[in-house]
Design a protein around this ligand. Sequence first.
Ligand SMILES: Nc1ncnc2c1ncn2[C@@H]1O[C@H](COP(=O)(O)OP(=O)(O)OP(=O)(O)O)[C@@H](O)[C@H]1O
Ligand SMILES: [Mg+2]
Length: 365
Amino acid sequence: MPQPLTDPPVRLKVEHLTRAFGGSPVVNDVSLEVAPGQVTCLLGPSGCGKSTTLRMIAGVERPDSGRIAIDGRIVCEGSLFLPPEARSVGLMFQDFALFPHLTVAQNVAFGLRGPREEKMRRVDDLLERVNLSGYGPKHPHQLSGGEQQRVALARALAPRPRVMLMDEPFSGLDNRLRDGIRDTTLEILKEEGAAVLLVTHEPDEALRMGDEIALMRAGRIVQRGSPYNVYNAPVDRAAAAFFSDVNVIRGVSRGALTDTPFGEFLTPGHPDGAEVEIVIRPQHLKIDFDRGGRGPNPTPADGAAARGTVVRARFLGRESLVEFAMDGDGSRLTASVPNVFLPRPGTALWLMIRRDRCFVFAARH
Ligand SMILES: Nc1ncnc2c1ncn2[C@@H]1O[C@H](COP(=O)(O)OP(=O)(O)OP(=O)(O)O)[C@@H](O)[C@H]1O
Ligand SMILES: [Mg+2]
């Protein structure tokens, strides 16, 4: 018999979660779902309410309203409020503290119940998976920061939590260490099949770790989607600007077209006379050389070229950033170029804009 089509199971379901401090809402009508084995990154600027959301899901902070369910069982709604230990959640925070007087093995075994042999087997298995086999008898002070982090991960995972809540867990680590630990962590979380909600204010971390990104601003989730979609189809200018610097070209829409120094842009859905903002990331500006006052010919993909003068060029390692003052109106645009491209200030160059990489929004006032 053919199997009926079903929605993917939801492990964590959060509905209309709200919390105010001193009268002002800090978490405002937040809803999200996470499936087993899925990582959702709650991403947003400092103070937008990420940790407060996580703390309510963990059961260490009471919401004013809203509902939280884990595997279909309500753990928080109205006067019902299960404590953290009754929710099957694992927690990992930035300032994770291992118990200094316990060995690594005892730390990992801390939340485990049951027969000793079984516990030891689970501890050995987890230590092997975080590449710390043989570290069991050591004490935390004998470990590097990265090793301690991996012990904390093993400890959080040991009781097989259904939901893993992580609040900026990698921010205490130096850059080089961080990438390796992120990848190891992700691998283990996937194997364990927990639903993971990871809080971060770093877009790169969210893009790297998340199956889904929930972008949060001022207490609300403003966009949810795959990293690819959130990056490539931002809901507004601020959502685009959260992931990289952006250039903004302003214009007025007429007949669903907006005229700019780079030619006409399609701006459907914007009424005649409406001010629009064409937003483009620096890596989607193309640079061309000046040929005695002339630039490249217009193309359908890149529109017309406009000339500018280099104001500043900076080498950033993987890429160079070149800032321009545009001939027409003196407006500033920044292009990023892979590798080393460091034209001298004062050099005239031509810029083109990749049409398929532009976002058009109504202008903000
Ligand atoms: N217990 C509290 N009492 C009063 N205000 C609080 C409390 N906890 C958090 N806030 C306020 O709520 C807002 C959101 O805090 P929260 O810790 O959730 O932000 P965040 O998104 O995690 O920020 P960050 O990235 O800096 O960690 C902040 O303005 C904070 O000052
Ligand atoms: Mg926080």
